[in-house]
Design a protein around this ligand. Sequence first.
Ligand code: CMC
Length: 428
Amino acid sequence: MSEVAKLILDGKTYEFPIIEGTENEKAIDISALRNQTGYITMDNGFLSTGSTKSSITYLDGQKGILRYRGYNLEDLCENSTFLEVAYLLINGELPKQDEFDAFSTRISRHTLLNEDFRKYYDVWPKTAHPMGLMSSALTGMSSFYRSSLDPHDPAQVEKSMIRILAKVPTLASYAYKKFKGQPFVYPQNKYNYVENFLNMMFSLPMEEYQIDQDVVDVLNKLLIIHADHEQNCSTSTGRFIGSSHANLFTSISGSISALWGPLHGGANQSVLEMLEAIHRDGGDVSKYVKKAKDKSDPFRLMGFGHRVYKSFDPRAKILKNSCDKILKKLNVHDPLLDIAKKLEKIALEDEYFVERNLYPNVDFYSGIIYKALGFPVNMFTVLFTMGRAPGWIAHWKEMIESPETKICRPRQVYTGATERKYININKR
Ligand code: CMC
């Protein structure tokens, strides 16, 4: 007999099935709870709520494990490329050579944006944050690429996926060029995915960009590290939007907006701004650690803590190594890195942080690397967007293909005024 959970409510016993995943994670299926009992569950921030079954990414926050489709993140970072990982996340298996060639050729054929799309950048102020631009551009794509909007036609969905993977780097580089006041650089098929992005970002009409394979390598790693993280805020947002059968472009636009927040992807920008503020303030790290511990002060140490990882963040571990290596190679001596190292040491030894299992997360090191590679701070979360795009797509595809999917529509416990009579404005 399969396991069940028993719930006693108002003297009556109810039984709910237990679901078990391939890594022995267990869940109580309470989908029939409201119908059977009239009660709902409350779980602010979904700390104990699973929203779906998923076969894409597994993570164990206690052991610091992160696997995409069964492959360890460390293994993929060491041996794979971002584009291959994108294929793996979306299709479930690593591609054979001919499959990979077809996939990357298709992507390189879609990197160009509709020429009218370039005018879209004209209307934005130069000071616009590129994440706002990216989010709107993705919604805009649903108007430019109307031939691939049907979420129930697999061929159209596949085309939208290719278009997003191909055009996000172009959109990102155009956002940067707009901010810099430099001419847009068209994509070039002679480069691979990451090289092409770097060239669109940094080449100038009067100066060819020299591609450094160590830079390509570290950027590949950064993108792989960000490629998926199961039901995080932006991925859940995309699945949520898609559950209404909104098209893929619009769903990903919502994911980008969710990622922008400083408690999620926006943290990489906040980390660097925090390190700069500490530097400007004389570099007294302990003052900021004290502030972070003071409950009457809203300040938090950005880049520390994670909802799921409670021993270490495996992504941060890989990035810490890459960070040391690339800074050495590029001969960067960054005072912010010294501050980051001091901060890391003090926080890791401090009782407050130890008790609460607050370790450096992925955003703690990524910003320092992006800065060393020449990316401005406001582009950091855009790089996260590029990395996470295949994860968002894979989850959206899984959601739309699953016969179990229903429109996401949580319940609430109403705590407002009870019924009252309208009073004319003169009598209030
Ligand atoms: N600095 C100081 N105190 C902290 C921090 C921090 N960075 N993070 C958590 N705490 C404290 C928090 O005040 C609480 O203390 P107490 O138990 O005394 O009330 C305790 O630790 C638990 O924190 P929480 O806010 O209940 O934990 P959460 O799971 O809701 O939040 C988090 C997770 C990532 C939002 C949070 O740790 C945070 O705000 N970190 C800083 C922002 C950041 O770096 N975000 C990037 C996350 S990784 C990238 C991604 O996956 O998006």
